[in-house]
Design a protein around this ligand. Structure first.
Ligand SMILES: [Zn+2]
Length: 341
């Protein structure tokens, strides 16, 4: 490719990342303020979103620096109010993408028993996060940080409405192959329940994880050019990874192999949160039978993950971060996670 053409494409990609980040930060500040949240809550969530956007900007190609995301007139006040993210974006990793943090705030602060009510609110937020270009038929020209799929999982007596545990999750919401792979690796190594990490690492191979059959999962897709959010079936990767889960609607094309990596889908984060919030469910997780007819329980799954998967994943992540000029401290093999002050 000619150098000038490549420079033009790079400039466009960078412009999209910057615009996406800026719109996201401004909108998120509005959401926090409109909710009458306390200064402590605003600071907690805002620091996490800023740090996540700054980190993803830095590992994107072309690179984006924190100062480029914040409009000049508010830059100094942001640095004063939220110094942590400006200081730690190179040395600490985020645990979630910006949209996943937004979803956490929404699900903790809104009435979330009925997923459709939350989806309607998220739909309104997404509409204001998307910068559209009507010349190309309402296609979004930015927002790289908006999740297009949200999953809702629940466990328990869903008919009687008693003792139902539920959790929401979003798809990995950042663009670019490397940033996405980095965020999936961080999730697998440091964020998700090891049962989910195991399932993601199996990449559809047997023995898959088996959930008890009282677990249901529903996903919603947000399309910029349609007027609503739609219920969508899981992809073949999720269906193969999470056996026993009652997906509604069910998987339509179990033989298709989608292009996105294992770990990318909203189902992972949602089922992870469901497991973390419910010890009873956790204790009932098994794998399928292996060729000797044996099933692993949760303790054996964790041991197997640590013994056979963890080291390789750490090495991959170190290489991915190294490729973006982020080096881990030698004395701290476990990545430092960002903590809001
Ligand atoms: Zn999927």
């Amino acid at each position: 490719m000619k150098t000038s053409k490549k420079a033009e494409i790079d400039a466009k990609i960078k412009e999209n990342v910057v615009t996406s980040g800026t719109i996201f930060i401004i909108k998120f500040a509005d959401i926090l303020n409109a909710n009458n949240s306390s200064p402590e809550v605003i600071s907690h969530y805002m620091q996490r979103v800023l740090h996540s956007i700054f980190f993803i900007g830095y590992v994107s190609k072309p690179r984006v620096y924190p100062e480029e995301f914040i409009p000049e007139k508010i830059l100094e006040s942001f640095k004063e109010k939220f110094p942590g993210p400006f200081k730690d974006y190179l040395s600490h990793v985020p645990h979630q993408t910006p949209y996943s943090i937004l979803l956490e705030f929404m699900s903790e602060n809104k009435n979330c028993n009925e997923p459709k009510i939350l989806m309607q609110e998220l739909w309104e937020i997404n509409k204001s996060l998307w910068k559209t270009d009507t010349n190309i038929g309402y296609q979004p020209v930015a927002n790289d940080f908006t999740a297009t799929v949200i999953a809702y999982s629940c466990y328990g007596d869903i008919n009687g409405n008693n003792n139902v545990n539920s959790a929401y999750g979003s798809s990995i919401s950042c663009k670019g192959r490397v940033p996405r792979r980095i965020m999936i690796h961080i999730s697998v190594l440091q964020v998700w329940d090891l049962a989910i990490s195991y399932a993601v690492c199996q990449e559809g191979d047997s023995p898959a994880l088996v959930f008890p059959n009282q677990v249901c999962c529903k996903a919603y897709n947000f399309h910029c050019n349609s007027n609503c959010f739609l219920e969508v079936p899981p992809c073949a990767k999720c269906m193969k990874s999470f056996r026993g889960v009652k997906f509604n609607p069910p998987c339509e094309n179990p033989d298709d192999d989608p292009t996105w990596p294992y770990g990318n889908c909203a189902e992972n984060e949602s089922l992870n949160k469901l497991l973390k919030g419910c010890q009873d469910l956790r204790s009932r997780i098994l794998t399928e039978k292996n060729i000797q007819g044996k099933q692993m329980d949760i303790i054996e799954i964790e041991t197997m993950f640590k013994k056979e998967k963890e080291e390789k994943l750490k090495k991959n992540l170190k290489n991915l971060l190294g490729s973006q000029n982020i080096t881990l401290r030698k004395d701290n093999r476990k990545l430092q996670s960002f903590q809001p002050m």
